[in-house]
Design a protein around this ligand. Structure first.
Ligand code: BG6
Ligand code: MG
Length: 218
């Protein structure tokens, strides 16, 4: 049965995915590259470099220019998150974290972001987490399973005993690839093969989550 819960950060516990989008939009505008909210859907959950590659498509840039653009986007992002606080946590997030802790589950963050520590600090939830796996933890980013496997290993829990909360197709693929249980957050279209899909974390408890997984005979 499930002993550990791994949360993606951007778009699951906090609304920072909007700031990632705004930072990429600013960069794309400066470069004269067509980009919009809809194109941004494909960028959800994937690494900084993979995101930039999708934006530039087959336009030719040198590695130096690529490095500069990644840095520029990150500077915009860091500027945008400068003033985030616990108010940027998504509804239901804190009560769920507290409820899971009381229920005796181990809790990790599994985020592709190199800014995860900064964001977690600003959100004020560091005390509610046992492990933070972020953009520095493994070489291969989502959709590879490596980041979630790393988080489970750090928690000391077998992958099959972990459940992952994800809002992105790449993250769901990664979690399934790791052999974990998956809760997809948000719009069903982008959530592929998640075992369970929820619109939000509001009113969710360990008890309700277990009931939802009962169909899978855990
Ligand atoms: C993910 C976000 O959590 O982290 C992506 O969903 C982002 O949008 C990725 O590109 C990498 O983040 P960062 O902060 O390392 O550029
Ligand atoms: Mg996400």
């Amino acid at each position: 049965h499930i002993q550990g819960v791994i949360f993606d950060l951007d778009g699951v516990l906090t609304d920072t995915s909007e700031y990632h989008y705004q930072a990429w939009q600013k960069l794309a505008d400066e470069e004269g590259i067509p980009f919009n909210r809809q194109a941004n859907e494909a960028l959800r959950g994937i690494s900084r470099r993979a995101s930039l590659m999708l934006i530039i498509g087959n336009r030719k840039y040198s590695e130096l220019q690529i490095q500069e653009m990644m840095e520029r986007k990150n500077n915009y992002y860091v500027e945008l998150i400068e003033n985030i606080t616990h108010n940027n946590l998504l509804p239901g997030a804190v009560s769920l974290l507290d409820n899971l802790r009381v229920a005796g589950l181990k809790i990790a963050i599994g985020s592709a972001s190199k800014n995860a520590h900064l964001v977690i600090e600003k959100l004020g939830i560091i005390d509610k987490l046992d492990v933070i796996a972020d953009g520095y933890s493994v070489q291969k980013p989502k959709p590879a399973p490596d980041l979630f496997l790393f988080a489970a290993q750090q928690l000391g829990i077998a992958p099959q005993q972990c459940v992952v909360f994800e809002d992105a197709a790449a993250g769901i693929e990664a979690a399934l690839g790791a052999g974990m249980w998956v809760v997809g957050m948000g719009q069903p279209e982008r959530l592929g093969n998640a075992h369970i899909i929820l619109p939000s974390l509001v009113d969710l408890t360990w008890e309700k989550l277990q009931a939802k997984f009962r169909d899978f005979a855990l």
